[in-house]
Structure formats: structure tokens, C-alpha cells
Ligand binder design. Structure first.
Ligand code: P1T
Length: 380
């Protein structure tokens, strides 16, 4: 099956053997009856497994072109499960331009468990290779990065990770499986905050991991059950429903993203625009190679770099909503320095470009004329 068909049907065969419902039923139950101890129909307790969650996990695996999908209660819970496969003394090389919550999880929780994180820019494969030693177990990437929209060359990094026998994990939240397929490019684990584009309607928090390797999958399923950060059946149902229109929404997000990026690029009050679809973007060529289109996430800075101007702009928006998160049908705007990335120290933030006037937009699927008009009046 091609992508759009997989988004709708992938892994959904025989979803309801009882009544043949077309949509996966919401199995709102904690437990399942057994005829004698251990004799059951495949499910015994809903932390260990739930049919609605299984339907979602199969869909997640299908759209990512992977073998195993594992769902969690949030994107961060999914990342947490990956780090739990490591041991004290192990080392991780992570992109330094990473979602603030991921940075906090690595630097404020797992550092104290004796795991060492190297945060570096990932534009140079040689630089990554120079950080590898015998304790390195994982390379953590995010592409496009949140919020600077850098593009990391997954295929190039996978040649290094394979050479050294290290796992490569890609946070695919901004691109989604529609725009980019990290497993096909050589990654071992692909993670998504399904809270964003997969759900698509800003009404569910959920995380996804997809892998091909049976042993890694076994380890992650074990952690999913042993640590228990699972999503509820209703949330799994909502993400399944969202995935069915992912391709349509991503096409419109990308189309509107282009219109907004081009408008901002030519605006006299705008300093820099970060959107990988612009030819002026430093990683445009890699983006063109590894992505189907460029999506609806855009960051830009306002000339003069003042927090006051950024705040005034955000307060004046009418169609865009000032809010954390991204990937819903509605357009959102945020201030990374004080919102999503406030957990990264100011000096670290500024080194990677998260200046005080940086604005991040999640361009929705409204009429683009209304979005441009809104940005214009707020900038004026
Ligand atoms: O919010 P949660 O579902 O736990 O996902 C965390 C996460 C992981 N990776 C990326 C790239 C993300 O953007 C996020 C969550 N991000 C936001 C809430 C935000 O506004 O950037």
C-alpha cells in the first residue's frame, strides 16, 4: 500500500472480530475474563495490552514503514522509555537544538542516573564521530529541529551509527511519517509526539515509537508494561482517527507554510525566517532529499531583537492563537525563549539561535489569506 492508503487502512485488518465494526472499538476496560488461569483471548490487563492500543500501534508501525509500534502516554514518555534501555555510564550524543522538554528529561533526570549526554550541532558527521567512544550507545536527533528548523541528514548519520554499532533515534514530530520516513533512511527508532500532527486536533497527548528490530521492540514493550506510561483507549482511538487524515492535513500545512514563509521573508520588520522549504535555508538541499514537502512549522525573528516587540506581536494576533504545542488544524504562535524552551539556560538557548525576539508558528489549515492578513496586522 502507498502512504495515503496506509494512513486509513494500515494494520486495521480484522480490527473487530466480534461485530466487524469499521472503526476500532474503544475497549474501555482494565481487565479481561479468563476461563482458567492464563487462558484468555490475548489480553489480560490493560497496562500490558489493550485492543484499541494494539490497533493504534499497528497503524503507527504501518505509516512509519516499520514492524513494531509502541504507544505511550505522551511523547516524553516515549523518549523516556528509550533512555530506560540504557545503563549508568552509557553515553548519548544528542542534537543541541532539541525540544526543551527532551533537554530537561536528559539533563535534569537521566544525567543524575549516571547517563552522560553530549549536546552538539549535528550538521557535521565528522563532529558526531569525534564524540563517539566505547560507552556511546545512542545518537538522538530531531529533524526538523524544534524551534530552529535545522535539518539533520538522517542517512549520513546512520552510516556512522551503523559503523560504530550505536542506535540512531529520530524525533519525527515536526515532519511526521507523511513527510519523512526515518527508518527507510537508516534510523533504528523513530519517535513522534502524536500529540501534534498525528492527532491533529489539539485534543490528545500521546507518544509513539516505531522500530524494525525484534529485540529492540521486545525491550521497549517490556518497559512500556514494566514502567506503565501507557495511553488510555479513548486517546488511542482519537489518534487513530487523526492518522486517517494526516496526509490531507500535511499537504495543506505545507502549502500554507510556504505562503507564510514567503510573506515573512519579504517583510521589512522580519530579520530571519527559518523554514526548510526556502532556498536560502542552509539545509534546503538535504530537506529536499529526505522530505516529501516542508511542513507548516516556521520560526522567525523580529528586527531589533526585543522581547517587548515579540510579546506585542503575539498579543496582537487574532487568527493565530498564542499557545504552546503545534500540529493542530488551527494556527498557533509561541515565544520559545519564555515558553517551550524556557528550560534551556539562556546562554545555551542563544548559542543555537533562540533569541528573545524569536517567534515560532505552527501554521494551520485555515485559508492562507486570513493567516497572512493576521500576521501583517500584528507586525504593523
Ligand atoms: O508533549 P509530548 O507529547 O510529551 O511531546 C514532547 C515533544 C517531543 N518532541 C518534540 C519535537 C516536541 O515538539 C514535543 C512537544 N512539544 C511541544 C509541546 C511544543 O510546543 O514544542
Amino acid at each position: 500500500m502507498k502512504f495515503n492508503t496506509k494512513a486509513i487502512h494500515g494494520g486495521q485488518e480484522n480490527i473487530d472480530p466480534a461485530y466487524k465494526s469499521v472503526m476500532a472499538p474503544i475497549y474501555q476496560t482494565t481487565t479481561y475474563s479468563q476461563t482458567s488461569p492464563g487462558n484468555h483471548n490475548g489480553y489480560e490487563y490493560s497496562r500490558s495490552g489493550n485492543p484499541t492500543r494494539s490497533a493504534l500501534e499497528k497503524s503507527l508501525a504501518s505509516i512509519e514503514n516499520g514492524k513494531h509500534g509502541i504507544a505511550f502516554g505522551s511523547g516524553l514518555a516515549a523518549i523516556d522509555a528509550i533512555i530506560k534501555t540504557l545503563k549508568p555510564g552509557d553515553e548519548v550524543i544528542s542534537t543541541n537544538d532539541v525540544y526543551g522538554g527532551t533537554y530537561r528529561l536528559f539533563n535534569k533526570i537521566y544525567k543524575d542516573f549516571g547517563i552522560r549526554f553530549h549536546f552538539i550541532g549535528m550538521q557535521s558527521v565528522e563532529k558526531i564521530e569525534s564524540c563517539i567512544n566505547e560507552r556511546t550507545k545512542l545518537i538522538w536527533t530531531e529533524t526538523p529541529t524544534n524551534p530552529m528548523m535545522n535539518i539533520i541528514d538522517i542517512e549520513a548519520i546512520s552510516t556512522v551509527s551503523k559503523k560504530h554499532g550505536i542506535l540512531l533515534a529520530v524525533d519525527n514530530t515536526f515532519a511526521t511519517a507523511y513527510l519523512q520516513q526515518p527508518l527507510d533512511l537508516g534510523a533504528d527508532i523513530v519517535m513522534q509526539s502524536a500529540t501534534k500532527y498525528l492527532g491533529g486536533h489539539s485534543d490528545v497527548v500521546l507518544g509513539s515509537l516505531v522500530v524494525n528490530d525484534d529485540d529492540i521492540a521486545k525491550q521497549l514493550y517490556f518497559i512500556q508494561n514494566a514502567s506503565g506510561a501507557i495511553p488510555g483507549p479513548m486517546d488511542c482511538f482519537l489518534i487513530l482517527r487523526g492518522i486517517k487524515t494526516l496526509h490531507l492535513r500535511m499537504q495543506r500545512h505545507s502549502e500554507n507554510g510556504r505562503a507564510v514563509a514567503e510573506f515573512l521573508k519579504d517583510h521589512p520588520k522580519v530579520e530571519n525566517v527559518y523554514w526548510p522549504g526556502l532556498e536560502s535555508h542552509p539545509n534546503h538541499e538535504i530537506a529536499k532529499r529526505q522530505m516529501k514537502d516542508f511542513g507548516g512549522m516556521i520560526s522567525f525573528s523580529i528586527k531589533g531583537n526585543s522581547t517587548k516587540d515579540a510579546v506585542k506581536f503575539l498579543e496582537n494576533l487574532k487568527v493565530f492563537t498564542l499557545a504552546e504545542s503545534l500540529g493542530g488544524v488551527e494556527s498557533l504562535a509561541g515565544h520559545p525563549a519564555s515558553m517551550t524552551h524556557a528550560s534551556i539556560p539562556k546562554e545555551e538557548r542563544e548559542k543555537i539561535g533562540i533569541v528573545d525576539s524569536l517567534i515560532r508558528l505552527s501554521v494551520g489549515i485555515e485559508d492562507k489569506e486570513d493567516l497572512l492578513e493576521d500576521l501583517k496586522q500584528a507586525l504593523d
